[in-house]
Design a protein around this ligand. Structure first.
Ligand SMILES: [Zn+2]
Ligand SMILES: [Zn+2]
Length: 243
């Protein structure tokens, strides 16, 4: 943030807090600095983090395991992966605020939180390009932004890594994924994506960026297309992961 914006924020925040007292959507406390994004500072400082040891692909592991099933079977397209924490509590709330309430500033704070982790810093710093999971153009028009592209932009800007927001495109507008079984989701998304900017991924270390990983069907479908386009190594970075 530049100095003028920071100064304006300092002047405006206390006024906003009095005129439009708004509550933290995660805990209900009144926000002292509403301009700083949807959560209160204590909630930002205590976002849920993964406690379990993670597989190299980023999947939190059950106690005693050293690799997830897909990595053990050699069927994992992701050479490395990471996420901030489980999709619950304040992390779930802030991702909803970003995606459905248009609180775009949350993307910057989430990028900061991700990059606090040395493993994430390394993963991003050694990537050639960050590629967000795309939205279908119709959904992009409805929402006005792609939350994954915002996240990739904020992360890339901080880390000095390149990002290619339109390397992948979504050709099919699949029905909302919530409520479908894992196999139905996979069928739905398998053919949904295509690589549009082959030159930006061929022969390169590509990190796919998404807000939430649920079954992994979307990420997997994107990874298959990136593989076909000649990506040298594919990694996965998400804010939250359904453990
Ligand atoms: Zn709070
Ligand atoms: Zn794994």
């Amino acid at each position: 943030m530049d100095l003028a914006a920071a100064t304006a924020r300092r002047l405006v925040d206390p006024v906003l807090a009095v005129v439009f007292p708004s509550a933290c959507p995660a805990c209900g406390r009144l926000l002292a600095r509403p301009g700083r994004g949807p959560l209160c500072e204590p909630c930002w400082a205590s976002l849920p983090r993964h406690r379990a040891v993670a597989c190299r692909c980023g999947l939190p592991l059950a106690p005693g395991l050293s690799a997830c099933g897909r990595c053990r079977r050699g069927r994992q397209p992701f050479a490395a992966g990471a996420s901030l924490g489980p999709y619950e509590g304040s992390l779930r709330v802030v991702l909803h605020e970003l995606k459905y309430a248009g609180r775009r500033r949350a993307a910057a704070r989430l990028a900061d939180a991700l990059l606090e982790d040395p493993a994430v810093r390394l993963l991003v710093a050694t990537s050639d390009v960050l590629v967000p999971v795309p939205l279908h153009p119709r959904r992009l028009r409805e929402r006005g932004f792609n939350q994954s592209a915002l996240l990739a932009h904020e992360i890339a800007r901080r880390a000095g890594t390149a990002t290619c927001p339109d390397a992948l495109v979504r050709r099919l507008d699949t029905v909302p994924q919530a409520g479908l079984t894992a196999s139905a989701r996979r069928r739905n998304v398998r053919e949904a994506f295509a690589v549009r900017r082959k030159a930006s991924v061929a022969g390169r270390t590509v990190t796919l960026v998404d807000d939430v990983l649920t079954t992994g069907a979307t990420a997997l479908a994107c990874a298959r297309r990136l593989e076909e386009a000649g990506a040298m190594e594919i990694r996965l970075l998400t804010v939250a992961r359904v453990a």
